[in-house]
Design a protein around this ligand. Structure first.
Ligand code: RAM
Length: 361
């Protein structure tokens, strides 16, 4: 049984904090929750107190979209540091297939059988994991999504790397700058079902209606399933199918790396522009050899750390996932739960030849 502080304990802790030095907003959060007894998106009821003691000896399971890929290795290491640093046990389970949501569901099931306290998952599909995540909720397991969300009603909190709309707009703008806002371009995505990829692609399509993109045309969206060879082959096919292609946006670390590998050894190097979301260590050589000018990403370690801390905050009763609640994420400071149970890490970084050597992930 999990020991969420009782209503009276929560209220008492909240009143103590109101007198103390902790954030005033945190004080208001608890009383908001107590006023209407609202529940979080995954059906949790009861109070949240940002000042409830952080529980230890919990077990938090991380299920990335894919194991053995640098982006999630770094993210989950961030989660591990957060969870173990708070006195709990971290466990990562996953599949190396970047598009197999059934395998993800079976890993989640194993964590439910194991009766972990909280789960953090990067969803390969918005719907496919829902039945399993609901079972987790029924078993009183707190559910965090990070990087890629499920349907909001199937989790407590989504840790978003940055505003999804902003990320999409910035990638499009980056390609626009590099191509003079002209010509045909394509998107090389990850899994066809991936929530984060499809959300960004949706925002890009919407942004394309802006008059400054009137000379840019999206001619294709290809899916490399976050596999190196498949992404490479899809990049090659895009160039073959669309001889007038001027650019590719690949909003996936695996996709952009594979496309850069293909372009760097092709006659299109430097001519066909490539941008999107990439890891500096993957992309360094392609920035230095002139294949890629600039791309974006956030710090995956911080994303994982925030997911780990949110999982512990949920399991400690400091938050339930309701809008307006706040939790302290160590040195990263206080984070607020926004509408829909979304917590945003921050702003992405743009990497290019001037700064790429300052980053090591
Ligand atoms: C890949 C995955 C992940 C995405 C990053 C940018 O590693 O598709 O979900 O957020 O790229």
């Amino acid at each position: 049984m999990r020991k969420i502080p009782s209503r009276s304990t929560s209220l008492m802790l909240a009143s103590v904090s109101c007198l103390g030095l902790l954030a005033v907003a945190a004080c208001g959060t608890s009383s908001d929750a107590s006023a209407d007894g609202d529940s979080a998106v995954n059906g949790k009821t009861g109070q949240a107190s940002p000042n409830a003691p952080t529980r230890t000896d919990l077990t938090v399971g991380f299920v990335p979209k894919q194991v053995g890929t640098p982006y999630f290795d770094v993210a989950d290491l961030g989660g591990k540091h957060a969870v173990t640093g708070l006195g709990s046990t971290f466990e990562e389970v996953g599949t190396d297939d970047g598009a197999d949501s059934a395998a993800q569901a079976s890993r989640l099931n194993a964590l439910i059988q194991q009766d972990v306290d909280a789960i953090a998952v990067s969803a390969q599909d918005p719907k496919a994991l829902c039945p399993t995540l609901r079972q987790a909720g029924d078993a009183d397991i707190d559910v965090v999504t990070y990087d890629s969300d499920t349907d909001p009603e199937c989790r407590d909190i989504f840790i978003s790397p940055a505003s999804a709309e902003d990320l999409a707009v910035r990638q499009l703008e980056e390609l626009g700058k590099q191509t003079g806002y002209k010509g045909e371009f394509a998107i090389l995505s990850a899994a066809r079902t991936a929530t984060n990829q499809n959300t960004w692609i949706g925002y890009m399509k919407h942004e394309l209606k802006d008059p400054r993109y009137k000379h840019m045309t999206l001619v294709d969206v290809a899916y490399g399933d976050d596999e190196a060879q498949k992404s490479y082959d899809e990049a090659r096919k895009l160039l073959q199918t669309h001889p007038k292609l001027k650019g590719i946006i690949s909003p996936t670390t695996n996709g952009i790396k594979a496309a850069a590998k293909y372009l760097s050894a092709s006659r299109f190097k430097g001519e066909v522009k490539l941008t999107g979301l990439g890891a500096p260590n993957d992309m360094r050589q392609y920035v230095k050899d002139g294949t890629v000018e600039a791309f974006l990403l956030w710090d995956p370690a911080k994303l994982g750390e925030l997911a780990g801390r949110a999982a512990i905050a949920l399991a400690s009763g400091q938050i339930t996932g309701r809008e307006g609640q706040m939790f302290l994420a160590g040195d990263m400071g206080w984070f607020e739960v926004a509408a829909g149970g979304v917590v945003t890490l921050g702003e992405p970084t743009v990497f290019d030849a001037t700064n790429i050597d300052n980053y090591d992930f």
